[in-house]
Design a protein around this ligand. Sequence first.
Ligand code: SAM
Length: 309
Amino acid sequence: MNDFKTKDKFERPIISLRISITNRCNLNCVYCHHDGMVPSSDEMTPDEIYKVCQIAKRLGINKIRISGGEPLIRKDIVEIIEKIAKLNFKDVSITTNGTLLGKYADDLKKAGLNRINVSLDSLDPEVYEFVTKKDYLDKAKEGIIKSVEAGLYPVKINMVLMNGINENEVKDMFKFSKDHGIILQLIELVKSENCDDSYFSEKYYYDVNPLEENLEKIADEVRVREFMQNRKKYYIDGGELEVVHPIDNKDFCKNCTRLRISPDGKIKPCLLKNDNLVDFVKFIREDYSDEQLEKIFIEGINKREPFYK
Ligand code: SAM
C-alpha cells in the first residue's frame, strides 16, 4: 500500500529529513543536545539546502523539518522555506524556541511553511529562565499565539519533562495548549554529552512510563502513529497530547523513518550517534551530478541502524 522508494537495511522506509540549519541559538537550554550535532560554524547556503531537499525528494522523502540551533536566528530563514516549498513536499515544518515567531510567523506561512513545533518547557517565568538562561517567556508565548493566528497547522508545543522542575506543570501546559488549539508533545529527557552539564539529564530524568500508563486510563481515545516511531497520541477532553519516548525503546527505533542533516551538510543517520556521518555538501560544492549525489545520499541511508535493537 505504502510505496516508499527508499528503505534502509532494516526495512525502515525513509520518509522524513530533519535538517539542522545552524548550531547557533539565542537561548542556552540547560539540557540541550543540540540535535546531536558536532560543533561547526560552517552553514549550508539556501541553495545548498534546496539541493539537499531536491535529492531527498528524488529518493522518496516527503517530509522536511528544519531545526537547529535556533533556525529563526538565520536572517535567510524565509528564503530557505520559500525554496524548499517549491519542491512540493507533503509537509514542511520548523522546530523553534518561538522567541522570533512574533516577527516571522506570517512571512513563514506565506513562504509555504505548513506547521510548527515550539519548544516551551514551562509557563512559570522563573522556571523558564532557569532552563533557558533567558527571560524570553513572553516572547515565546507571543510567538506561539502568532503562529496559530497565521494559520500554521497544527502548532505543537514541545515540553521536555524534568523531574522536580516542570513535571508538575503538565496539566497547566495541556490546558494552555488545548485553549489555543495546540497539540502538546511531552518529550523524555535524553542524556547528552553535548550540553554544558552532562549530569543534568541523570539528575532530573523523569520516567514517562507511569505517565503513559495514566494517560491510557484517562484518554478518550489512543492512537499509535505508525511510521512516526510508533508514538502514541492521546485524545483527552477535546485536547491532543503525544509522548515522545526514545530511551531504551526498541519500538521507537524500529519505527524510525527519519534521516538528519547537520548545518555543515553531513548526513547524520541517527540522533544518538556521530561516528557514521557522511559528508554530502562537499559533493554539492564540487558540482556532482544529481545521479552521483543520489548515490552518496543512499550511502548515508545505508549507514542507518537502530540504536536500541
Ligand atoms: N532551537 C529549537 C528549539 O528550541 O526547538 C530547535 C532545536 S532543539 C535542539 C530541538 C528540540 O530538541 C527541542 O524541542 C528541544 O526541547 C529538544 N531537546 C534538546 N535537548 C534535549 C534533550 N536532552 N532531551 C530531550 N529533548 C531535547
